[in-house]
Design a binder for this molecule. Structure first.
Ligand SMILES: Nc1nc2c(ncn2[C@@H]2O[C@H](COP(=O)(O)OP(=O)(O)OP(=O)(O)O)[C@@H](O)[C@H]2O)c(=O)[nH]1
Ligand SMILES: [Mg+2]
Length: 365
C-alpha cells in the first residue's frame, strides 16, 4: 500500500513539473505534432512575453533621424550647394558639377537630365541665375520626382491586418520586419510574425530572435515547407487569438526564378482571403545596390502588386538619389527607410525631411 502511495506521489510530481517546464517555454510555433495542451500553455507564455517585451520596447531610444542615414550621401550635395551659394563659379561649372553629383548619387541618366533641364527652364523663366535661385530650382525638381501618395502604413479596421514583406535575398527583409514589429508593438498592437521564408532553416531562427526581442508571437515551419501554408496558419492563429496583425517574411530566392514569382502570387492570394485583411505589400530595396537593384525590384513589384517601399541600408550608402529613382521607376511611395541594424533604426519616410537633410549645406548643419 505504501509503495503504491509513493509511486503515485512521484508520478504526480513528474506530471506537475513537466507541465510547469512546458508552460515556461512561452513562444508558440506551429508544427504538425502540436497538442492542445501544449498550444494552451504556449499561448499563456506568449501573452506573458508580449507584456514583458512591450515594457522593454517602451524603453527604446527614439527613432533615428534621417540625417543618420544620409550622412554619407549629404557630403557631395553639401559641397555642391556650398559652391553654388558662394557664387564664385561660372554657371557652366555649376551645371556640370550638378550633373556629376546627381549621377554619382545614383539618380540615373534619365532623371539627372530631367532635373537639370527642368531647373534650367525654371531659372530662364524667372530670369535669375544666382546661387540660391539655382538651389531652390533643383530642390523643386527633385521634389517633383517623388510620387504624390499617402505614405502612412495602412491598417484594416477589422483584425487581423496582414503585411507581406518581399524582396531579393539579403536586402534586409527580416531585419526590417523586426524593426516594424518593434514599431507596431510600441503602439500597443499584438503581432504574429509569419516565417514564410522556408528556403533556409536559419531564416526562421533569425525571425524568432526578433519575435522574442519585440514581444511578437511567431508561426514557423520546417525548411522547405510551403510558404503559403505558414502565412495561412499565421492568419488563423492571429484570428483565433485576437491579434491585431500578421507580418510575413518571405524568401528572396527559390530554386528557379519563375517559381519565386508564382510563389509570391500564391502568397498574396492566401493573404487576401478571409479572415485576413491584406493592407500592405512592402518591397524592400537595398540602397547600396543602386540602379542594379531596381531591375529585380521591377519583377517583384509586378508579381506581388506592391503598396510601398522600404529602402534599407541608407546609412551605408553615399547614393541618396536612389530613393528618388526607386519611386520614379516603381511608381509607389517609399514608406520606410532603414538607417542601421538596431530596432529603432527604421524611419517613416517624408520626402521633405529627406530633401532637407540631403540638401543641407555645412552652414545649416
Ligand atoms: N547598416 C544597415 N544594415 C542593415 C539594414 N537593414 C538590414 N541590414 C543588414 O543587412 C543584412 C541582411 O539583412 P536581412 O534582414 O537578413 O536580409 P533578408 O532580406 O532577410 O535576407 P534573406 O533572408 O537572405 O533573403 C544583415 O546583416 C542586416 O543586419 C540597415 O538599414 N542598415
Ligand atoms: Mg530574411
Amino acid at each position: 500500500m505504501i509503495t503504491v502511495i509513493v509511486v503515485a506521489f512521484v508520478l504526480l510530481i513528474v506530471i506537475v513539473s513537466t507541465f510547469y517546464l512546458v508552460s515556461r517555454r512561452g513562444r508558440s510555433s506551429l508544427t504538425a505534432s502540436g497538442s492542445a495542451v501544449l498550444e494552451k500553455t504556449r499561448e499563456e507564455g506568449a501573452a506573458e512575453t508580449i507584456h514583458k517585451s512591450q515594457e522593454a520596447i517602451s524603453e527604446l531610444a527614439p527613432p533615428a533621424d534621417i540625417r543618420k542615414g544620409l550622412s554619407r550621401a549629404r557630403l557631395s550635395f553639401s559641397r555642391l550647394l556650398g559652391t553654388m551659394l558662394g557664387g564664385t563659379s561660372s554657371d557652366q561649372v555649376l551645371w556640370d558639377s550638378l550633373e556629376e553629383t546627381l549621377l554619382l548619387s545614383d539618380l540615373g541618366l534619365e532623371l539627372t537630365t530631367k532635373v537639370i533641364e527642368g531647373s534650367r527652364k525654371e531659372l530662364e523663366m524667372a530670369g535669375t541665375i544666382d546661387g540660391s535661385a539655382m538651389a531652390s530650382a533643383i530642390r523643386m525638381q527633385l521634389r517633383n520626382l517623388f510620387v504624390d501618395a499617402d505614405r502612412e502604413l495602412e491598417y484594416s479596421e477589422e483584425k487581423p491586418t496582414v503585411w507581406l514583406v518581399v524582396g531579393v535575398n539579403g536586402v534586409g527583409k527580416t531585419t526590417s520586419i523586426g524593426k516594424l514589429s518593434a514599431m507596431v508593438a510600441a503602439e500597443g498592437k499584438r503581432v504574429v510574425l509569419a516565417a514564410a521564408d522556408t528556403f533556409r532553416a536559419a531564416a526562421a531562427d533569425q525571425l524568432e530572435m526578433w519575435a522574442q526581442r519585440t514581444g511578437a508571437d511567431i508561426v514557423r515551419s520546417v525548411p522547405g515547407a510551403d510558404p503559403s501554408s505558414v502565412v495561412y496558419d499565421s492568419i488563423q492563429k492571429a484570428a483565433a487569438r485576437g491579434y491585431d496583425m500578421v507580418i510575413a517574411d518571405t524568401a528572396g530566392r527559390l530554386h528557379t526564378k519563375s517559381n519565386l514569382m508564382d510563389e509570391l502570387r500564391k502568397l498574396r492570394r492566401t493573404a487576401e482571403r478571409e479572415p485576413a485583411h491584406l493592407t500592405e505589400v512592402l518591397l524592400v530595396l537595398d540602397a547600396t545596390t543602386g540602379q542594379n537593384g531596381l531591375v529585380q525590384a521591377r519583377e517583384f513589384a509586378k508579381a506581388a502588386g506592391i503598396t510601398g517601399l522600404i529602402l534599407t541600408k541608407l546609412d551605408g550608402s553615399a547614393k541618396g538619389g536612389i530613393a528618388l529613382a526607386a519611386e520614379w521607376e516603381l511608381g509607389v511611395p517609399i514608406k520606410l527607410v532603414g538607417v542601421g541594424e538596431k530596432a529603432n533604426d527604421l524611419i517613416l519616410f517624408s520626402p521633405d525631411e529627406f530633401l532637407d537633410a540631403l540638401l543641407e549645406t555645412a552652414d545649416d548643419a
